[in-house]
Design a protein around this ligand. Structure first.
Ligand code: LRY
Length: 238
């Protein structure tokens, strides 16, 4: 009899890219102190979004990444947030190696031009990461200049993840489609549109503008924020 482990996909670079191309990635993250912050819950959430058609899952934290990799047979974009200001998304080579060791098929890291805490450049980080892993590298960028620099640094995928969070771009209510247009026009690498994609129409618009994949987090997997959207739509009682 064939067990589930024996039928799991071997995620070569080409397979990862083929799986993600033109499709939805869903970010499954709960934040420190939140009720759903548990790797088992994240893994269940990952299975739920894959059942709905997610082609890839993004997860944060080493335990969550490992749990999600074990739970689903789609590519996992892993990251490790350390802190919440400045360079905090997989900020150093040590963090990036640990995310790859946890089983991520794509390591998402800070792809901005800001100094990194370990003093390495993004290019050095990518080069040294490649010495120990075949995982792809996704640069979470905050501007066109970040994306161009990250492309030169040798990453595999560009994300608009940090648009509106680094001071270089306004924090648009929805995805920063102006930046999407700029990055798609100026860069040759696949572009993952991520950040404040809150509706299916916005996701489809991002795809129409040339996204390689669209990554949705909050609007699918963060019920506390979703609830607040409804609560805030009501007039204040009394
Ligand atoms: C800026 C930052 O820290 N972004 C994080 C990156 O992993 C997550 O908190 C976001 O949820 C994720 O990017 C998806 O975006 P949204 O939740 O807006 O769909």
């Amino acid at each position: 009899m064939t067990g589930p482990q024996e039928t799991r996909t071997t995620w070569t670079r080409e397979r990862v890219l083929d799986a993600m191309r033109g499709r939805l990635t869903v970010s499954c993250q709960a934040y420190p102190g939140e009720p759903l912050r548990d790797p088992r819950t994240t893994a269940q959430m990952a299975r739920a979004v894959v059942a709905g058609g997610a082609a890839a899952v993004r997860a944060q934290g080493l335990d969550d990444v490992a749990a999600v990799v074990a739970a689903v047979d789609v590519p996992v974009v892993g990251l490790w947030k350390d802190g919440d200001g400045g360079v905090f998304i997989t900020p150093t080579l040590r963090h990036a190696r640990a995310v790859a060791d946890a089983g991520a098929h794509v390591v998402a890291l800070d792809g901005t031009r800001r100094p990194r805490p370990d003093g390495l450049t993004l290019a050095e980080t990518v080069a040294r990461l490649r010495e120990t892993t075949d995982a792809l590298v996704m640069a979470d960028c905050g501007s066109l200049h970040d994306a161009l620099a990250a492309q030169d640094a040798g990453v595999d995928l560009l994300g608009t993840t940090l648009a509106g969070y680094t001071g270089e771009r306004p924090k648009t209510p929805g995805p920063d489609l102006e930046l999407v247009d700029e990055v798609v026009a100026a860069c040759s690498l696949p572009v993952v549109v991520e950040g404040r994609v809150h509706t299916p129409a916005q996701a489809a618009e991002a795809m129409a503008r040339g996204a390689f994949s669209v990554c949705v987090g909050t609007a699918i997997t963060h019920p506390t924020t979703l609830t607040s959207w409804f609560v805030d739509a009501f007039p204040t009682p009394g």
